[in-house]
Design a protein around this ligand. Structure first.
Ligand code: IPD
Ligand code: CA
Ligand code: CA
Length: 265
């Protein structure tokens, strides 16, 4: 295994310990408002600090982009961290959240780790070496059509600029599939596509830390990840479609009529 995966796994476990220690003790936490429907607790901050401490100890010259503390300068290796993806679920006692850690080298995704500390599922990928959950190889589903497909998505909840576009996509995809789920952690949503639990996923307006690790998981599990127009700019735009190859294409075709320049720019 790539030694940097081992370190990222160690960092994810440290964060997981901070999170599980505090789960269901939300009444004792201080919750700050970062913006409309955007909350942060000391759990997010402490989990992030735990991750950064592990990474910085081993790789003091690497750069970091972390959701809560922003950018930390360094060399062409950049760690991208979401210490707690699914904070709203966490705050409500809904056990669906994850730690997400990715590594980009000269702008290219090299490592992705997504950890569900409740189910104790550790998803890992490194470029060219496939994707695993708890050391077991995973693959995207090989479903050929939307018929019978189970899709994941993220509903808009704090940025409503793309509401009309999104509702059009949802309406079409609901009618053509077996169902659409909104679990509430983009990192795990990608992990589920990578392991073939869901056949595809789409969301608008994500941040890079939500799904950088997840995107590599899906690609390494044999799936497709593109921006909403089928291009490569998914990390920049945050508008993304992922899935097995055939389902991804079918989703893209259903989504295309609902695009406009504000989504593809
Ligand atoms: C959120 C989750 C959610 C997605 C949001 C993200 P956070 O991350 O991934 O599923 O719909 O767009 O912001 O704020 O809980 O880290
Ligand atoms: Ca997130
Ligand atoms: Ca977060």
């Amino acid at each position: 295994m790539n030694p940097m995966v081992t370190i990222a796994v160690r960092a994810a476990r440290e964060a997981g310990r901070v999170i599980t220690r505090n789960f269901n003790r939300v009444d004792r936490l201080t919750i700050a408002d970062k913006g409309k429907n955007d909350f942060v607790t000391e759990v997010d901050r402490n989990a992030e600090a735990a991750i950064i401490a592990v990474l910085r100890d081993k790789y003091p010259h690497h750069a970091i982009l972390a959701e809560e503390s922003g950018t930390h300068d360094g060399n062409e290796y950049q760690w991208i961290i979401d210490p707690l993806d699914g904070t709203t679920n966490f705050l409500h006692g809904l056990p669906q959240f994850a730690v997400s850690i990715a590594l980009k080298v000269k702008g290219r995704l090299e490592i992705g780790v997504v950890y569900d500390p409740i189910k104790e599922e550790m998803y890992t990928a490194s470029r060219g070496e496939g994707a695993l959950v708890n050391d077991r190889k995973i693959r995207v589903s090989n479903r050929k059509t939307l018929d019978g497909a189970l899709l994941g998505t993220g509903l808009p909840y704090r940025d409503f600029r793309f509401m009309e576009n999104y509702m059009g996509m949802l309406k079409d995809l609901i009618q053509d599939t077996a169902g659409v789920r909104r679990p509430g952690s983009a990192a795990l949503d990608f992990a589920y596509v990578a392991s073939g639990i869901t056949d595809g996923f789409w969301e608008l307006g994500l941040s890079e830390w939500d799904f950088a690790a997840g995107a590599l998981l899906v690609r390494e599990a044999g799936g497709m990840v593109t921006d909403i127009a089928g291009g490569e700019k998914f990390l920049e735009t945050g508008n993304v479609i992922a899935g097995g190859i055939k389902v991804h294409h079918a989703m893209l075709r259903r989504i295309q009529p609902h695009l406009d320049s504000k989504l593809t720019a």
